[in-house]
Design a protein around this ligand. Structure first.
Ligand SMILES: C[S@@+](CC[C@H](N)C(=O)[O-])C[C@H]1O[C@@H](n2cnc3c(N)ncnc32)[C@H](O)[C@@H]1O
Length: 241
């Protein structure tokens, strides 16, 4: 086993959000994903366009619930709106539920569900957020997921899809990889941490290019799609049904 930073132990091709990762996740994700908090704030601002007082809002791959709670708090005045976080890892959902014991979260209309999003029955929703989750769904199942999310959205509803993305060709991919390594070194990760993390993600994190994500969304039925955030190889798309 090797150290991927923040006390997370990994081996090649074996990254997991299960086990001990939940207790170290908030620290790790906020340092590893550029503009992690800013992306959350942007999604809250975008939610003003989509969330009404009777809306259902899903966060798919909610991990410890940070964004689900943030969205619920941002929309607190829209009483009756409900915010549902789904994650396949029971330890992540347990960590999210534990946060409800904190006073600031207790009154928010949030629910957390442990399970594979592809197996869950979803209610019609006005907004669905996938914040760096779809990249972890096997490419063979990815179109089925986006098709399902399209069907789940009410007409006029918004899908916020944030993903690590590949460059348009090999030259840009090399530049993006190098820039992201610079970023992680600046965040305090050692070269050994960075190599261990990237080896652990082999076959587990499979990013599509920007065009690949647009194609995925279009095949599902989305016509209106715009990039709303981009930094190095991290991109946020807003797709409106
Ligand atoms: C990078 S994390 C998401 C971070 C989170 N959205 C945030 O803002 O902090 C990806 C999450 O997706 C979850 N996940 C992966 N496959 C899933 C699936 N099939 N169904 C539900 N959750 C899944 C993982 O367990 C993990 O917690």
């Amino acid at each position: 086993m090797e150290n991927a930073g923040d006390g997370i132990r990994v081996s090649a091709g074996n990254w997991s959000f299960g086990g001990e990762t939940a207790s170290k996740f908030d620290d790790h994700v906020s340092k590893s994903v550029p503009l992690y908090g800013e992306g959350h704030n942007l999604i809250c601002d975008v939610s003003d366009f989509f969330v009404k007082s009777d809306s259902v809002v899903y966060e798919i791959g909610c991990s410890t619930g940070t964004l689900t709670y943030k969205l619920a708090r941002h929309n607190q005045a829209k009483q009756g709106a409900s915010f549902v976080g789904i994650d396949i890892e029971p330890n992540m959902i347990a960590a999210a539920q534990k946060k409800r014991e904190e006073r600031e979260f207790a009154s928010l209309n949030t629910t957390f569900v442990a399970g594979d999003v592809l197996e869950q029955e979803l209610e019609p929703a006005d907004m669905i957020v996938c914040y760096y989750t779809v990249q972890f769904i096997h490419p063979a199942r990815r179109q089925d997921l986006i098709d399902k999310l399209y069907r789940t959205l009410n007409w006029g509803g918004g899908l916020l899809l944030f993903e690590k993305v590949r460059g348009a060709d090999a030259r840009f991919q090399d530049i993006l990889t190098s820039l992201y390594t610079d970023y992680k070194l600046r965040m305090g990760y050692s070269p050994d941490d960075i190599i261990a993390k990237s080896r652990s993600l082999k076959g587990i994190l499979e990013p599509f290019s920007t065009q690949g994500n647009y194609d995925l969304l279009k095949r599902a039925g989305f016509v209106d799609i715009n990039t709303i955030q981009k930094y190095i190889c991290f991109e946020g798309f807003l797709a409106i049904k």
